[in-house]
Design a protein around this ligand. Structure first.
Ligand code: AMP
Ligand code: ZN
Length: 470
């Protein structure tokens, strides 16, 4: 049976996803009727999340909101708090690992919260699941899928005939293309680490293979098994995780579970880029959410992230943000000044075309188009009761999309956290022009700095002063 939504008065609709493993769009059918399990690979906590990292958090938060309408959802998003990049950050800063991870876990949750991302049901931490990881590795060794060598335990890729099926890689080609230099303890170049030894100054746990720490991939396999079971419904993450991370997770879990499928549906978001270059910490071209939210309302950033279909690339620019801001102005403008009673809110339904768009592989741009149609209908309506009903539908749609959470008057007054309204910017520029005319350059510079701190850059020209949000 295809998953269906049969609420009162609703048409039956089916959810479809593009599944990376099958390479096509397929109807969604959870393992257990009425229940869904979803796992999203979460952050490695050694610095602030950039706006590219926020994309999976936001798009799969939207998916969670959609699924919760019709299913009992258990959504897990892990925290990777043992990793060589964390160790390096600790050595570089001279701060203990615990202090670094605690700081960035909090920052991640605060930053994502500012973008309207609801906390997942479970937020498992790798360091709290070392026992489960060791048990899974032991199972893999016992069943002949992994081997121990010089304090390491490695997954024997040649033992898994399905290896490469998720990322569509041919193992023989991989072997042929492998670099000649291979770590001496490995049987083959593409065998990957399940467990590795730790030196005394590095984090480590006792294990049957000596004191050591887990590889990254086994963390997710063990946490998914513990909290969601052997077979999960949806596994999500960024496109860069397909290989090797998800390919390796799938190999470990399927082999540990005697071939039981690991994830029924694999969903991967496309990259966020800036000037057509992938945003990544290693390239250094990152915009941190932590900084952006100081000057741009979280809803603007959220909407900008939902502005492209999640599978498509998304190029981030000042225009992306301005366009999202204008869209929100239109939505808030439609509901401004309309009193909506609690009863009207409780009775409000989200329009079918908006839901249908989301059910079609989470088509957020199409869902936003439906949202705007509703706003247009509301703008045209003259009857007060009709206007209240439509405004209530706007708020119900906003709740589903994670938007329209502010009071419209506050929104336009620019009192939404971290933002200067366009009117306020114009007033400040006018004040600065007056100060300049009076040759009070100190005051003029102070205003320029105030605008700059709020993310607004100004340019004096022959036709006056122009401004833009950066
Ligand atoms: P990381 O902390 O690098 O492991 O990344 C956390 C999440 O962000 C993963 O799901 C990545 O796939 C995703 N991610 C990283 N960079 C980008 C990007 N530029 N665009 C979209 N997703 C990204
Ligand atoms: Zn993972």
């Amino acid at each position: 049976m295809i998953a269906s939504l049969q609420g009162p008065g609703r048409q039956t609709m089916s959810i479809q996803f593009h599944d990376t493993l099958q390479g096509r769009k397929v109807p969604f059918e959870p393992l257990i009727e009425g229940e869904v399990t979803m796992y999203l690979c979460g952050p490695t906590v050694y610095n602030y999340a950039h706006i590219g990292n926020a994309r999976p958090a936001v798009v799969f938060d939207l998916l969670a909101r959609l699924l919760r309408r019709s299913y009992r959802l258990t959504f897990a998003r892990n925290i990777t708090d043992v990793d060589d990049k964390i160790n390096a950050a600790s050595i570089e800063s001279g701060k203990p690992i615990d202090e670094i991870t605690a700081r960035y876990i909090k920052a991640y949750n605060d930053d994502m919260g500012a973008l309207g991302v609801s906390p997942p049901d479970i937020e498992p931490r790798a360091t709290e699941h070392i026992g489960e990881m060791i048990t899974m590795i032991e199972k893999l060794v016992l069943k002949g899928f992994a081997y121990e060598a010089e304090g390491h335990v490695l997954f024997d890729v040649s033992s898994n005939t399905d290896y490469g099926s998720l990322s569509k890689r041919d193992l023989r080609e991989m072997i042929a293309g492998a670099r000649v230099e291979v770590a001496p303890y490995k049987k083959a170049a593409h065998d990957f680490v399940l467990w590795k030894p730790s030196t005394p100054e590095l984090p480590g746990w006792d294990s049957p293979w000596g004191r050591g720490r887990p590889g990254w991939h086994i963390e997710c396999s063990a946490m998914a098994e513990k909290h969601l079971g052997e077979t999960i419904d949806i596994h999500a993450g960024g496109r860069d995780l397909v290989f090797p991370h998800h390919e390796n997770e799938m190999a470990q879990s399927c082999c540990a579970h005697d071939g039981a499928p690991f994830a029924r549906y694999w969903l991967h978001n496309g990259f966020l880029s800036m000037d057509q270059t992938k945003m990544s910490k290693s390239l250094g071209n990152v915009l941190l959410v932590h900084d952006l939210i100081k000057t741009i309302p979280g809803e603007v950033i959220r909407l900008a992230l939902l502005g492209a279909h999640y599978k498509q690339p998304l190029d981030w620019s000042a225009e992306t943000i301005e366009a999202a801001r204008r869209m929100l102005d239109r939505l808030y403008g439609a509901v401004q000044g309309i009193e909506v009673s609690a009863a009207a809110r409780a009775a409000a339904e989200v329009p079918q075309d908006l839901i249908a768009a989301l059910e079609d592989d989470l088509n957020s741009p199409k869902a936003m188009a439906a949202f705007f149609s509703l706003a247009k209908e509301l703008n045209k309506a003259t009857d007060d009761d009709v206007r209240e009903t439509l405004a209530a539908q706007m708020y119900a749609s906003g709740e589903l999309m994670g938007l329209l959470g502010n009071d419209p008057d506050e929104w336009f007054a620019g009192h939404v956290e971290g933002d200067l309204s366009s009117d306020e910017i114009e007033v400040l520029i006018e004040k600065r022009n007056v100060a300049k005319a009076e040759r009070d350059f100190e005051a003029a510079d102070a205003i320029r700095n105030q605008l700059s701190d709020a993310g607004v850059s100004i340019q004096d020209g022959r036709d006056g002063t122009s401004w833009r949000r950066s």
